[in-house]
Ligand binder design. Structure first.
Ligand code: SF4
Length: 992
C-alpha cells in the first residue's frame, strides 16, 4: 500500500501533464485577449454568482481587472463590486504586518511571524488540553475540547476550508462555525429533507429557461446582479416575473406583478398558494403521483395544525419539543411504506396536505400578509400555470426567506409548491437558493459547521463508540421500491475520509480520533448538543470558551445582537484574527465606549492574502467549483491561509511530540502538506481522493471503497481533480446541450459528478422519455441503454430507480417528518411581532430556540411599534470590510440609512436625508432617513403598521465608520438550523 507522500510524488508526475493539456485546451477554446502583460483568470470574491474575471499584472502590480468575456455566467460583465475589486486588492486599509495587542494594552505592536505563530501554537495547546472532555456527563467517550472556538470562512477557497476542517477536527474542536450558519443554514435542512440535498437545485444561467420566476425573500437585481441578467433574459423570451418583498426594490422594478408583504408572513403567503393549487387542481398529477410521497399513508394518529389549533400531534409544552412517533409512515411487514395511489385515503399525505392548508384562504392570507386578495389570486394563478409538463417555474430567494424563527419551514413551502407543480428536476425549474458569499457553498460542503464532516457525513456522536455502530446508524433502509437509496454508500465515503486524514492508521482506530457530539437529549435548548454560532457567544460570555480563531469572519458586526457578541469577545483570554483588514472583531478592545485597560484579551491580527494573491477553487451558488490562479504576491508580510495553517500544524505536531497531551495521536498522525507553490492543488487532489493501492487519483465517487484502500477527503468533489487533470480549471465556453440550455459541462466542475441540474430524471416519464420534448434535459436511450444530456441523477435505467436518489423513499417529500417543528410548514408570527397570529392560537413557533438573559431581551409592540427588516446594497458587502475599505464603493454609498414611508416620516417630523436614532430592546444605531414610497405602511384589519428597512454594512472600523444594524437584531433562532431572526423585529425611531 502506498503512503500519501509516495502517492503525491507519483500523482504529481502524472497529473502535471494532464493539467497542462487541460489548460492548453482551454486557452485554445477562448477568444484570445492579447495584452502585453500577464493575464490570469480569477473568480469574483464577492457574491456567489461566480463571475469570471481576467487580471492583468505588470511588475507584480495588478494593473487591470475586468470581466472574463468567455465566462458563461457573466460574459464579460461585472457589477459595481466586481468592477471595484481591484480597489480591494489595493485598499489603503490592508494590514501588511503581524499585529499583537497585549492584555489590557491600548495599542497594537508589530511582531514577526515566528514569534506570533509560536505563541499561538502554545496557547492552542494549553487551552485545548485544559478544556479537554474525554467523557461527557452521560458517560460517553467524546474526546473533544470545549475551550476553543473557530469561525470562518465563506470567502476563502475550498482548499482552505478543507484544511481548516481537517485541522480543527484533529484538535478535537467542536465549536466550528462559519457564515453559512447565519445566512443560509435553514436552506440545507429544508431542501435536504424535501429532495435529498441541501443546495441550489439549478444554477444561475438556468433562469433563462423559466416561464415564470417567483422572487420571494431575495433581491437579485441588487445582490446577485449577474444572476439577475439571466432572469432578464428569460423575460425577453416571454417569461413573467413575480416579486414578493417588503420593499419595492430594483428586482421589483422589473416585475410583472409586485406584492408588498408584511415581513415574516411568507409561510402564510405560500400556504395560500398550496391551497390554491390543490383546490383548483393546478398540480401536475403524474408528477405528484409518481415522484412525490403524496400517496404515502401516515400513522392515523397524526394530526395536522388545522386540527390542533397551530400545533401538530405529539407536542410537549414543558419540554417545548415534539414526540414525532405519530408522524411516521404506515409500513407493511417488510418495512415498505403503504400507499393509496388514488390519493383518496384520509391518512395519505395528499389529503393531509389539503387538511393542513384548508384554513389558508385568500381572505385569511390577505389579512396576515397585507397583500390584497385580488393580487394574491393573480399571483397564485400565474405561478400555478407552470403545473404542466410544457411550462417551468422557478422560485429563488435569499436571506429574506431564511432568517426567521421558522426559516427552514419557509423554504419547505417552496419545495412543496415546486413538487406539486412538477417543477423540480427540469430546466427553468427548481428551488434556487442564492448564496451571498463567494464560497459559502464550498465552506458548507467542506463542513465548517459544528455538526458535520466534509460531504455532509455528519460528526459522530458519543453514543456510537465504534466505527461499526456509527456506520450502522447512518445507513438508511430503502422503504419504497425502486429507490437507489444512495446513502447506502455512506461507509465508503466515511472510511475514505478517515483514510484521507490519517492514511497510516486503521479506520477503526482513526474513528476514535474524531471528536464526538453528545446526542440530543430532546429538550430545547439543549446546550450539550449545540455548538452553533450563537452558542459560541454564550459560551464565551460564560467563560467556557477561552480562545477564538476567526479566519475571514467578523462576528463583532455580523452576529445578531452585536452588542452581546462584542461583549463576549471581551471575555476571551485570547483571540486570533486572520484577515487582510483590521476588522471590528480584531479591534473590539478599542471600540467606542470601552476602556482597553479593562479588556484582558490577548489579540493577534495575522495579515492574510486576498483571493487574487493565491490559487484555489471556490464553489458558486449553482455548485460550480471554479479554479482561479494566483495573480500576484500579497503585500508586505501578508501570507496565504494555507501557509499560516501549515506553520501552525508544524508547531503543534512538535509540541505534542515533545510534551504529549490528550488524544495526541490525532495530531501526530494527521497527514499534512509541504509548503509549495502547488500546495492548493495537492490539497484538491486529497479531497478528490486517490487509490491507496495504485496512487492514482480517483475518477469518480462510485469507485470509492469501504475496505480502507481508497482515500477521499470529500466524496462530493470526487471527480473534480482526476488523472485527466483539474476539472475545476476547465474553461471551454461552449454549451454542451444540443438545445442550448446552458449546461456548459466543460466549464469548471459541478458537484455531484458534474451534474448541472439536480434530480434531472424527474423531467422524464417512467420510461425515461422527456415529458417536455421541446426542452428535454435528460433522456434514456433504450438502444444504447444509457442516459443522454445532463449527467443523470443516477445512472440506473428508468425502471430501476426513482429520481430522488438521496432519499430512502426515492420520491420528493411533501410531508417531511425529519424537522423539529412539524412535517408541514405552519404560519407563526416572528418572535418580536406587532400582531397576534390570525390563523391559530399558537402565536410563535413552539419549538424555536430563544436565548433569554440580561443581554438577550425582547421588545413589545407598545414600546417598539415599527416592524424592521435588514438588507444589503449592491455597492457594499456584508460587514463592509471588503467594500467600505474600497474607496470607489464607499464614495457611491457613504452612510448607513433606513428606508421609511412618507407617512411615518411625517409623524416623526423627519425629512429625507436627516439623521435618526433607531432603537430596539437590545441597542440603538444612527442612520440617515431615506423617506420613500418604496416602502408603504401595511393595513391589517383596522391597524396600520409601519415597516422600515435598514442596511447592514457599517461598523466602527475601516472607511467611514458607522453603526451596525446588528446592534438592533435579536438572537431568536430557528430550531432546525439555529439561524437568527433578523428579517422581522421591532424598533422605534427618533429624530436626532
Ligand atoms: S458581486 Fe456577484 S454579480 Fe457582482 S461581479 Fe461579483 S460575482 Fe458577479
Amino acid at each position: 500500500m502506498l503512503t500519501r507522500r509516495k502517492f503525491i510524488g507519483l500523482a504529481g508526475a502524472v497529473t502535471g501533464g494532464a493539467l497542462f493539456l487541460e489548460r492548453g485546451m482551454a486557452q485554445g477554446a477562448r477568444p484570445v485577449l492579447r495584452k502585453p502583460i500577464g493575464e490570469k483568470p480569477l473568480i469574483c470574491p464577492y457574491c456567489a454568482t461566480g463571475c469570471g474575471m481576467i487580471a492583468a499584472v505588470q511588475g507584480g502590480r495588478l494593473v487591470n481587472l475586468e470581466g472574463d468575456p468567455d465566462h458563461p455566467i457573466n460574459q464579460g460583465a461585472l457589477c459595481s463590486k466586481g468592477q471595484a475589486a481591484r480597489g480591494f486588492v489595493q485598499s489603503p486599509y490592508r494590514v501588511t504586518k503581524v499585529l499583537y495587542r497585549a492584555p489590557g494594552s491600548d495599542r497594537w505592536e508589530e511582531k514577526d511571524w515566528e514569534w506570533a505563530l509560536g505563541r499561538i501554537a502554545r496557547l492552542i495547546k494549553d487551552t485545548r488540553d485544559r478544556g479537554w472532555v474525554e467523557v461527557d456527563d452521560q458517560g460517553q467517550v467524546v474526546r473533544r475540547t470545549e475551550s476553543i472556538a473557530t469561525l470562518g470562512t465563506s470567502v476563502g477557497s475550498n482548499e482552505e476550508a478543507y484544511a481548516m476542517s481537517k485541522l480543527f477536527r484533529a484538535l478535537g474542536i467542536v465549536y466550528i462555525e462559519h457564515q453559512a450558519r447565519i445566512c443560509h443554514s435553514s436552506t440545507v435542512p429544508a431542501l435536504g429533507t424535501s429532495f435529498g440535498r441541501g443546495a441550489m437545485t439549478n444554477h444561475p444561467i438556468d433562469f433563462k429557461n423559466a416561464d415564470v420566476i417567483l422572487v420571494q425573500g431575495g433581491n437579485p437585481a441588487e445582490q446577485h446582479p449577474l444572476t439577475f441578467r439571466w432572469i432578464l433574459e428569460a423575460k425577453e423570451r416571454g417569461a413573467k416575473l413575480i416579486v414578493v418583498d417588503p420593499r419595492f426594490n430594483r428586482t421589483a422594478s422589473k416585475a410583472d406583478i409586485f406584492a408588498q408583504i408584511r415581513p415574516g408572513t411568507d409561510i402564510a403567503f405560500m400556504g395560500g398558494m398550496i391551497r390554491y393549487i390543490l383546490e383548483n387542481k393546478r398540480y401536475d398529477e403524474f408528477y405528484v403521483k409518481h415522484y412525490t410521497n403524496a400517496s404515502f399513508l401516515v400513522n392515523p394518529e397524526f394530526k395536522t395544525a388545522t386540527e390542533l389549533d397551530g400545533l401538530f400531534s405529539g407536542y410537549d409544552p414543558e419540554k417545548r419539543t415534539y414526540d414525532t412517533s405519530t408522524w411516521a409512515y404506515q409500513v407493511d411487514e417488510n418495512g415498505q411504506v403503504r400507499t393509496d395511489p388514488t390519493l383518496q385515503d384520509p391518512h395519505c399525505v395528499f389529503q393531509l396536505l389539503r387538511k393542513q392548508y384548508e384554513r389558508y384562504t385568500p381572505e385569511v392570507v390577505s389579512k396576515i400578509t397585507g397583500i390584497p386578495v385580488e393580487k394574491l389570486l393573480a399571483i397564485y394563478d400565474l405561478y400555478s400555470s407552470t403545473g404542466r409538463p410544457d411550462r417551468a417555474g422557478t422560485i429563488t430567494y435569499a436571506m429574506g426567506a431564511t432568517q426567521h424563527t421558522y426559516g427552514t419551514q419557509h423554504i419547505r413551502t417552496y419545495a412543496i409548491v415546486q413538487l406539486l407543480l412538477g417543477n423540480i428536476g427540469l430546466p427553468g425549474g427548481g428551488v434556487n437558493a442564492l448564496r451571498g458569499h463567494s464560497n459559502v457553498q464550498g465552506s458548507t460542503d467542506f463542513a465548517l459547521l459544528y455538526h458535520d464532516l466534509p460531504g455532509y457525513l455528519g460528526l459522530p456522536t458519543g453514543d456510537k463508540p465504534t466505527l461499526e455502530e456509527w456506520i450502522a446508524s447512518r445507513v438508511p433502509k430503502a422503504n419504497y421500491a425502486p429507490s437507489a437509496n444512495w446513502w447506502q454508500n455512506y461507509p465508503k465515503y466515511f472510511i475514505s475520509l478517515l483514510k484521507a486524514w490519517w492514511p497510516e492508521v486503521d479506520p477503526k482506530e482513526a474513528y476514535g480520533y474524531l471528536p464526538k457530539l453528545s446526542p440530543h437529549k430532546g429538550g430545547i435548548p439543549d446546550k450539550s448538543a449545540d455548538y452553533s454560532h450563537y452558542a459560541i457567544f454564550h459560551a464565551m460570555l460564560a467563560g467556557r470558551i477561552e480562545g477564538l480563531i476567526a479566519i475571514g469572519q467578523n462576528p463583532a458586526n455580523s452576529a445578531a445582537n452585536a452588542n452581546l457578541a462584542r461583549k463576549a469577545l471581551d471575555s476571551l483570554k485570547w483571540l486570533v484574527v486572520v484577515d487582510p483588514m483590521e476588522t471590528e472583531t480584531a479591534a473590539h478592545w478599542k471600540r467606542p465606549g470601552v476602556n482597553p485597560k479593562e479588556i484582558q484579551t490577548e489579540v493577534f491580527l495575522l495579515p492574510s492574502a486576498v483571493w487574487a494573491e493565491k490559487s484555489g477553487s471556490i464553489t458558486n451558488t449553482g455548485r460550480w467549483a471554479q479554479w482561479y490562479d494566483k495573480a500576484l504576491d500579497p503585500p508586505g508580510e501578508a501570507k496565504e491561509e494555507l501557509w499560516i495553517l501549515t506553520e501552525l500544524v508544524q508547531r503543534l505536531k512538535k509540541l505534542y511530540a515533545e510534551e504529549g497531551g490528550p488524544n495526541k495521536e490525532a495530531i501526530l498522525n494527521l497527514s499534512w502538506w509541504e509548503h509549495s507553490e502547488h500546495m492548493a492543488e495537492e490539497v484538491a487532489k486529497e479531497y478528490n481522493g486517490y487509490d491507496l493501492t495504485t496512487g492514482k487519483l480517483m475518477a469518480k465517487f462510485a469507485d470509492l471503497r469501504d475496505d480502507g484502500t481508497t482515500a477521499c477527503g470529500n466524496w462530493l468533489y470526487c471527480g473534480a481533480f482526476t488523472e485527466e487533470g483539474n476539472k475545476m480549471a476547465r474553461r471551454d465556453p461552449r454549451d454542451t446541450h444540443p438545445l442550448g440550455l446552458g449546461l456548459f459541462q466543460n466549464w469548471a466542475y459541478a458537484w455531484p459528478a458534474n451534474r448541472r441540474i439536480l434530480y434531472n430524471r424527474a423531467s422524464t416519464d417512467l420510461k425515461g422519455q422527456p415529458r417536455n420534448p421541446a426542452k428535454w434535459l435528460v433522456r434514456w436511450n433504450p438502444k444504447e441503454e444509457k442516459w443522454e444530456g445532463d449527467v443523470p441523477d443516477g445512472v440506473a435505467p428508468p425502471d430501476k430507480a426513482l429520481p430522488f436518489i438521496m432519499l430512502p423513499e426515492g420520491v420528493g417529500r411533501l410531508f417531511a417528518a425529519q424537522l423539529k417543528d412539524g412535517p408541514f410548514p405552519e404560519h407563526y408570527e416572528p418572535w418580536e411581532s406587532a400582531l397576534a397570529n390570525l390563523i391559530s392560537g399558537q402565536d410563535k413557533n413552539p419549538v424555536c430556540k430563544v436565548w433569554v438573559g440580561d443581554l438577550d431581551v425582547y421588545g413589545t409592540p407598545e414600546e417598539y411599534p415599527i416592524v424592521a427588516t435588514t438588507y444589503r446594497l449592491t455597492e457594499h458587502w456584508h460587514t463592509g470590510m471588503m467594500s467600505r475599505n474600497v474607496p470607489w464603493l464607499l464614495e457611491i454609498q457613504p452612510d448607513p440609512f433606513v428606508e421609511m414611508d412618507v407617512e411615518l416620516a411625517k409623524s416623526l417630523g423627519v425629512k429625507n436625508g436627516e439623521w435618526v436614532r433607531i432603537k430596539s430592546a437590545r441597542g440603538e444605531m444612527k442612520a440617515v432617513a431615506l423617506v420613500t414610497p418604496r416602502v408603504q405602511p401595511v393595513k391589517v384589519g383596522d391597524k396600520t403598521l409601519h415597516q422600515v428597512g435598514i442596511v447592514i454594512h457599517w461598523g466602527y472600523q475601516g472607511g467611514n465608520p458607522g453603526d451596525s444594524a446588528n446592534q438592533l437584531t435579536p438572537q431568536a433562532l430557528d430550531p432546525n438550523s439555529f439561524i437568527q431572526e433578523t428579517k422581522a423585529f421591532l424598533v422605534r425611531i427618533e429624530k436626532i
